[in-house]
Ligand binder design. Structure first.
Ligand code: KG4
Ligand code: ZN
Length: 341
């Protein structure tokens, strides 16, 4: 079975084909970063319009690369995300499904991130602990099987990717801020500023990142008029990154120990952070899994593989699903439904 995956939840148009026999056979991505950079963040209307412009040519390109005329099923991101952007992918998936006579599989974007490591040769076995960290989410999830997700902790305010982006803005860096801040941090000293490690001493597994962002803001205000500010900026970036990573790794270790989980999966855009990867590997006794860098941030391959694992949920094309909000808790394992039910 060849599953076409379509991702349009935010500012990346991602399309891929995953074969249940051969694995990933084609993958393409169009990033809208340049379009949004001038505004300092994602502009939803521009995102929707660019998905409309790019999606069909990308589908044609990927089918050509895969050497197939049409897939056996189409998986698409049905939420959570920007509703206009989701509508484009959902409309396209359902339209193509109707014209090709093949079923569609609505995929939860965060389940896509969570299953992205399954694209790698050394995929994790269940059960595992997942640290899902992106621009919209920071979650610790106990995963006992496909769709069997126990959310142990989540963020009480900003998601960690959002905190990276906002802090980068404070430091005068461009959008998207995460990679820019990580690059600047490499030039700085990470213990130059004593920043808080929010929540680490509290019970439970929730996160909070807005206090850390505010602490950076106060330091910027104190030092931005000094001659030394230019070099202090790198120290601030490094100190922020170290505090955020310490918090994520500390919480993950607490949860893994308590839940007796020996495998940890790191997924989502912030999973591309090199310090997070190296610290988790150094401090966790068990095994750490992550997708390759390109599949940490949004992409079509993770949606195609999630669709292939959820073939049992395939349904007749025609219902355009696009949910801005959708809790991962509501998913459950795949159901054996007959297409058309
Ligand atoms: O998963 P993703 O592509 O989109 C969402 O579903 O949100 O994640 C994007 C987030 C952004 O906040 C971006 O700044 C962050 O991931 N990010 C990083 C890095 N690369 C991307 N944060 C820290 N370090 C990075 N290297
Ligand atoms: Zn994402």
């Amino acid at each position: 079975m060849n599953v076409l995956g379509i991702e349009t939840s935010c500012d990346e148009t991602g399309v891929a084909v995953y074969s249940t026999e051969k694995g990933l056979i084609a993958d393409a991505l169009h990033s809208q970063v340049d379009l949004h950079a001038v505004y300092g963040g994602v502009v939803p209307e521009i995102a929707s319009r660019d998905h409309i412009r790019c999606l069909l040519p990308l589908v044609e390109q990927v089918l050509g690369d895969a050497g197939i005329e049409k897939p056996d099923a189409i998986a698409y991101t049905a939420g959570p995300g920007l509703v206009g952007a989701l509508m484009v992918g959902s409309g396209m998936a359902n339209g193509l499904g109707l014209s090709w006579g093949c079923p569609v599989i609505p995929v939860h974007h965060m389940e896509g991130h969570l299953l992205a490591p399954m694209l790698e040769d050394e995929a994790p076995e269940y059960p595992f602990l997942a640290l899902l960290v992106s621009g919209g989410h920071s979650m610790l999830i106990s995963v006992s099987g496909l769709g069997e997700y126990g959310v142990l902790g989540t963020t009480l305010d900003d998601a960690v990717g959002e905190a990276f982006d906002k802090t980068a803005k404070l430091l005068g860096l461009g959008y998207p801020g995460g990679p820019a801040l990580a690059a600047l941090a490499e030039e700085g000293n990470d213990d130059a500023f004593a920043l808080p490690r929010p929540m680490l001493n509290r019970p439970g597994y929730d996160f909070s990142f807005s206090g850390l962002k505010t602490a950076v803001m106060l330091e910027v205000r104190k030092t931005q008029d000094d001659d030394s500010y230019e070099s202090r900026r790198a120290d601030l970036a490094a100190s922020f990154q170290r505090a955020a990573v310490d918090t994520l790794v500390g919480r993950t270790l607490q949860a893994a120990r308590k839940e007796k989980l020996e495998r940890v999966v790191i997924a989502g855009g912030v999973g591309a952070n090199k310090l997070l990867r190296s610290e988790m590997a150094a401090r966790f006794d068990g095994r750490v899994y992550y997708p390759r860098m390109a599949f940490c941030t949004d992409n079509g391959a993770m949606i195609a593989v999630a669709g292939a694992l959820r073939l049992a949920d395939a349904q007749s094309a025609g219902e355009i699903r696009a949910q801005a909000r959708w809790s991962l808790n509501t998913l459950g394992p795949p159901e054996r439904k007959v297409a058309g039910d």
